[in-house]
Design a binder for this molecule. Sequence first.
Ligand code: MN
Ligand code: MN
Ligand code: ZN
Length: 283
Amino acid sequence: MENKIGAHVSIAGGVKNALDREEEVGGNCGQVFVHSPRVWKFGELTEEEAEEFRKDYKSRGWGPIVVHSNYLINLATPKPDLFKRSVDTLREELKRAGRLGLEYVVFHPGSHTGSGVEKGIKSIVQGLNMVEEAIPEGTKLLLENTAGKGTTLGKSAEQLSEMIEKSDLGFDKVGVCFDTCHGFSAGYNIHEKEGLEQTIKEFDELIGWEHVEAVHLNDSKHPQGSEKDEHAHIGEGEIGEEGMKNIVNHPRFKEKPLILETPVDKDKGYKENIEKVKELQSS
Ligand code: MN
Ligand code: MN
Ligand code: ZN
């Protein structure tokens, strides 16, 4: 089977442009926002546009293209207004994903901002239950593991599995996206062979590795356990070339869609990073 590899691409000028951009960087899967990630507002999406996209997407035989949720969404918040807005926005994103024929919506579980871990998780569970009916047939909601900074929840397999298990959602509607930078920053020593095996084992036992449906493949600018979330070019961060080589050649990672969220600099963007991964997989 051909490896699935791609990157987070822009939808500037309309979602129809995303697939061409993916092609330009050499991707056959990837990720998009369905509206600006830092505002609540949605632009219009006509049925013609949605249909055109679905046809184009289908004809290329690619996928998955994952929708990344808005950054303002926080299901763990103790503030009722923000919680409601988050639920409404996530519902709308799920509906959009369905209209575009996209298989996943990835979101960050949220930050409790002082209310405590237990209350935060309870709030996330409530939020998951409230969006359930908006999950279209053929689309799943994925919880992304986080770097764990401050009051951020979802830094461990244990927390993610608690959120999922306590919710009413089954694995036909929900799953996990594993971000390598976040996992490493949260303390998982995936840069070492043994640590990588141990991490997979932990996710497998607590969640089921088959429910990790996508990987965000990023190197990290900060050390293991730093809890800092800053992505680096593949092989140039603290996970490093050897660490990345182990990850991208591990059969349990290779089987997942690898989606890059690496920096886009003047002289180095997704194209170069995707090439780097392919090089590490063939060397
Ligand atoms: Mn993310
Ligand atoms: Mn990510
Ligand atoms: Zn990140």
